[in-house]
Design a protein around this ligand. Structure first.
Ligand code: SIN
Length: 333
């Protein structure tokens, strides 16, 4: 190896660390079986490009990952980045909630060095696993100086995405991730990363929320909007006293008239309510003719989908962001 590059590879579980009984059944397997050193050690050529170190803060399917796991993963990244000789970090993760962990790190880490998440849609035992190529490509992106100062990145299926915009859009295809109308930042193939977009200043200048050591993330609930809003479900969630509530409204974040008194009461009771949309694209209009946020005391999620709006609210409340500053935070995220 003729390089001084150093890469920390953090394993957290998921399909990429999964194993199945038969190569023909690429959706029938158990996630989170293979430890990270074995997983990365089986990626051909990887060790030729950097000195590798490993951490395994959790080993689970990402549908099991919770706020405590997020903080453990973040701490593993911070511990690695404390070494000034480290070039970058790759995190292997289940794809179900990869976008949430990536978004949390994007808004709670400020180091310019690359932090790149990747996963796989097929376990290593499938006929054509996507994990080894995804890990190799993520490593090539993490080692590329052009990846610095872009915030947290996600590499899947040869595409480089920003954690700000990416989401899982397909249940099972290897082309499961998309950044929608924002588009991906670049691509990576044959060991070569290529950014086809110039540095986006909004990524480097994103709000980064500082978490004091030992800080826990508060509970934020999500309510899914649908025809004929369900007052009983909303009441039960409010009665459970979350610190915040994201309402994934229909269309432009709409909430049925019948539920609005409950929303207003929740706000008066000190629950921060964020109005998001269950659709995939666009920016929620604040104080639209159909929804008076000022009088109800609601925040709008701007362009964030409900699951990312939840992450941002957990971070903001943990960091002690004043309620008057929350709308500005969503508008800049
Ligand atoms: C998971 O998210 O852990 C399971 C699915 C996957 O990794 O693709």
């Amino acid at each position: 190896m003729k390089t001084n590059a150093q890469l920390l590879i953090i394993g957290t579980g998921g399909t990429i660390a999964g194993a199945g009984a038969s190569p023909e059944l690429s959706t029938r397997y158990e996630a989170a079986k293979v430890p990270i050193a074995a997983l990365a050690g089986a990626v051909p050529g990887l060790a030729d490009h950097a000195r590798l170190s490993f951490a395994q803060p959790v080993q689970k399917g990402s549908y099991e990952i919770d706020a405590t796991d997020w903080l453990a993963i973040r701490q593993a990244v911070l511990t690695g980045l404390a070494d000034p000789a480290l070039t970058g970090v790759v995190i292997t993760h289940g794809t179900d909630t990869l976008e949430e962990t990536a978004f949390l790190l994007h808004h709670s880490l400020s180091d310019p060095r690359p932090v790149v998440l990747t996963g796989a849609m097929r376990p290593g035992t499938a006929h054509s696993p996507d994990g080894p190529a995804n890990v190799f490509n993520a490593a090539m992106v993490a080692l590329d100086p052009a990846s610095r100062d872009r915030g947290v990145l996600v590499v899947m299926n040869e595409r480089i995405h920003s954690a700000a915009w990416v989401g899982k859009r397909h249940f099972s295809s290897v082309e499961a991730f998309s950044s929608g109308s924002f588009g991906e930042l670049g691509s990576v193939a044959d060991g070569q990363a290529g950014f086809h977009r110039a540095h986006d200043p909004s990524l480097a200048a994103r709000p980064v929320l500082d978490l004091a050591p030992g800080t826990d993330l508060p509970r934020v609930a999500v309510v899914f909007g649908h025809s004929g809003g369900d007052a009983d479900t909303l009441a039960a969630i409010i009665a459970s006293r979350p610190a915040g509530l994201v309402y994934a409204g229909t269309g432009n974040g709409n909430i049925p008239l019948a539920l609005r008194p409950q929303i207003a009461q929740a706000v008066r009771d000190g629950i921060v309510v964020v109005r998001a949309g269950r659709g995939l694209e666009g920016t929620i209009t604040r104080n639209s003719p159909m929804f008076d946020d000022d009088s109800l005391g609601t925040i709008t999620a701007a362009r964030l989908p409900p699951q990312k709006a939840r992450v941002l609210l957990m971070l903001a409340l943990a960091a002690g962001t004043r309620s008057g500053d929350l709308q500005g935070l969503y508008d800049r995220a």
